[in-house]
Design a binder for this molecule. Structure first.
Ligand code: DAH
Length: 338
C-alpha cells in the first residue's frame, strides 16, 4: 500500500504541475482528492492492511493528501496570477493614444445671417416679434388688404391646412398681430419661416423672411429709405448702392422693390446679376390705410412703413450660394463652410 500511495502522490503532483489552466487544475483536484476520487479508492483498501501497519498507513495517506492539497493551492495561486496578468494586458488602456474629439456644431448659416440682420435693426430700436407658422387666411391675406380673388391666394402658391387656415406665405401677418396688441409708436422685426408651393434652384417650399414695421406720427418714405440704406450698408458694406423701383403690394401704398448693387461684380455686370449690375433685395412701402383700419389705428394721425426680405436670398447673395436647396439639404460638407 505504501508504494501505491507514493505512486499516487507522484502521479498527482505531475498532473498538477502540468495543469495550465484553472479549469484543468480543478479537474485534477476532483480526480485525485474528490469524494469519488482516487484517494478515496485507496483508503478503502486500508481495511485489508494488518492492524499493526494500519496507523502508519493512515498517517502516510494523510501526508500524501496534505502534499497534494498544498500543491493544488500553490498551482492555483500561480495560474490565477498569470490569468490576471493576461486580462490586464488585453484590457489595458493606452493612455498615449490621442483622444477622439466630439464634433463641434455651429449655428446654421441662415440663422447667422438672421442674427446679423436683427442686430442691425436692434441698434435702431426695433424689437423682435413672432407669430404662428400656421395662420388664418384672415391674418395672412384679408387683414393685409389682399382680397379673396387676389392671385397670391391661388392654391398653386398657398399650402392650405384646412378651409380658412394656411401655412403662412409671408411674415407680413405678424404686422397685424402686433398692431392688434400695441398702439404706436411701434418698431418691430419679425423673423420666421414661410411656405409656398414652389421648388427649384431658387425656390424652396419652406424659406425664411424678416418683416419690418414702423408706425408713428409723421413717418415718411424718406424714413423708410434711410432705414433700409443703413441696413444695407451695415450688412453688405458702405460701398453698396441702393435703388428703389416702384412696385405693387396690396398692403402698402406706395410700394417699392429695393435693389442693391451686385455683391459679386459691384455693378459691372456678371452672371449672378444677369449683367444688370443689380440684385433684387426686398419689398417695401408705406403701410396702406386699409391695413391700419383692420388694426384699429387712426390712419389720419399715424403713418408707417413696412418691408419684407427673404433671409435665404440675402444669405445666398452674401455667400454666392448657387441653389437655395443647399441651405436645407443638411449636407455637412456644405454647412461646415460657414
Ligand atoms: N410680404 C411680401 C412678400 O412676401 C414682402 C413685403 C413687401 C413685405 C412689402 C412688406 C412690404 O411688409 O411692405 O413678397
Amino acid at each position: 500500500m505504501k508504494e501505491q500511495l507514493e505512486a499516487f502522490q507522484a502521479a498527482a503532483l505531475d498532473t498538477i504541475a502540468q495543469a495550465d489552466t484553472l479549469s484543468a487544475l480543478e479537474e485534477a483536484r476532483v480526480k485525485y482528492l474528490g469524494r469519488k476520487g482516487a484517494i478515496t479508492e485507496i483508503l478503502r483498501g486500508l481495511g485489508k492492511v494488518s492492524a499493526e501497519e494500519r496507523p502508519a498507513m493512515g498517517q502516510l495517506a494523510n501526508v500524501v493528501k496534505g502534499a497534494i492539497g498544498s500543491a493544488l493551492d500553490d498551482r492555483k495561486v500561480e495560474l490565477s496570477a498569470t490569468a490576471d496578468a493576461a486580462r490586464e494586458e488585453s484590457e489595458a488602456v493606452d493612455l498615449s493614444l490621442p483622444g477622439r474629439r466630439p464634433q463641434r456644431g455651429h449655428i446654421h448659416m441662415v440663422n447667422q445671417v438672421t442674427e446679423e440682420i436683427i442686430d442691425i435693426f436692434a441698434g435702431l430700436g426695433f424689437q423682435v416679434a413672432v407669430g404662428p407658422d400656421i395662420e388664418t387666411e384672415f391674418y395672412n391675406f384679408d387683414s393685409l388688404n389682399t382680397p379673396a380673388d387676389h392671385p397670391a391666394r391661388d392654391s398653386h402658391d398657398t399650402f392650405f391646412v384646412k378651409p380658412g387656415v394656411v401655412l403662412r406665405t409671408h411674415t407680413s401677418p405678424v404686422q397685424m398681430r402686433v398692431m392688434e396688441q400695441v398702439q404706436p409708436p411701434v418698431a418691430v422685426l419679425a423673423p420666421g419661416r414661410v411656405y409656398r408651393v414652389d421648388y427649384d434652384a431658387s425656390h424652396s417650399p419652406m424659406f425664411n423672411q424678416i418683416e419690418g414695421l414702423l408706425v408713428d406720427e409723421g413717418v415718411t418714405f424718406a424714413d423708410l429709405k434711410g432705414t433700409l440704406m443703413h441696413f444695407v450698408h451695415h450688412l453688405f458694406g458702405k460701398n453698396t448702392k441702393v435703388r428703389f423701383r416702384p412696385h405693387f403690394f396690396p398692403f402698402t401704398e406706395p410700394s417699392a422693390e429695393m435693389d442693391i448693387s451686385c455683391t459679386v461684380c459691384s455693378g459691372k455686370g456678371c452672371r449672378l446679376c444677369k449683367n444688370s449690375g443689380w440684385l433684387e433685395a426686398l419689398g417695401c412701402g408705406m403701410v396702406h390705410p386699409e391695413v391700419f383700419k383692420h388694426a384699429n389705428y387712426d390712419y389720419e394721425k399715424y403713418s408707417g412703413f413696412a418691408f419684407g426680405l427673404g433671409i435665404d436670398r440675402i444669405a445666398m447673395l452674401r455667400h454666392a450660394v448657387p441653389s437655395i436647396n443647399h441651405l436645407y439639404d443638411n449636407d455637412l460638407r456644405f454647412l461646415e463652410q460657414f
